[in-house]
Design a protein around this ligand. Structure first.
Ligand SMILES: O=c1[nH]c(=O)n([C@H]2C[C@H](O)[C@@H](COP(=O)(O)O)O2)cc1CO
Length: 152
């Protein structure tokens, strides 16, 4: 699937190690991570060559091409919150993941939008399991829809 990985940049990079793991787990499972740059340790150099408007437009273009959004929300980030909301408005399924210690916003944890799933992970294995379950559920829905449209 084409996945938009959303993760804090200016909100703080202390969970970067986790963004790198998420990106490589997704790629290992055969998914395309359109926003792989969020897990790039050298991101600052690349983004400093772009204007604020170019960054925004590039990201929104990637989001519109994506089939779902997976966000790491342990670190509060305006950009991640904006992308989660934009994805829901575009009708994309959203998975928000966070560590047990994280002080996650009620705008995520209290959100009853049917397109949004928020899960806590205790370790890398749990993180992997949650992402695989989420994505395989979406793949099954896509397959059923394709079969329906090819028969009608
Ligand atoms: O340089 C950037 N590049 C970029 O792609 N973003 C997008 C992707 C991230 O999922 C999200 C991070 O937002 P923030 O920088 O507010 O933490 O915004 C954000 C910035 C900087 O705000």
């Amino acid at each position: 699937m084409r996945v938009f990985l959303s993760a804090s940049i200016r909100g703080g990079r202390k969970m970067l190690h986790m963004y790198i793991k998420m990106c490589s787990l997704l790629q290992q499972q055969g998914h395309e991570v359109l926003s792989w740059h969020v897990a790039d340790p050298a991101l600052d150099e690349a983004e400093s060559l772009m204007t604020e408007q170019e960054i925004y437009e590039h990201d929104m273009k990637l989001l519109r091409k994506s089939e779902c959004l997976i966000a790491e929300v342990s670190t509060p980030s305006i950009g991640v919150g904006y992308e989660v909301c934009s994805a829901l408005q575009l009708g994309l399924p959203v998975l928000c993941l966070h560590s047990p210690q994280a002080n996650v916003s009620a705008m995520i944890l209290g959100n009853s939008d049917p397109g949004l799933v928020a899960s806590e992970y205790a370790n890398e294995q749990e993180l992997q399991k949650i992402m695989i379950t989420f994505l395989s559920g979406l793949e099954q829905v896509t397959q059923v829809q394709e079969e329906f449209f090819s028969n009608h």
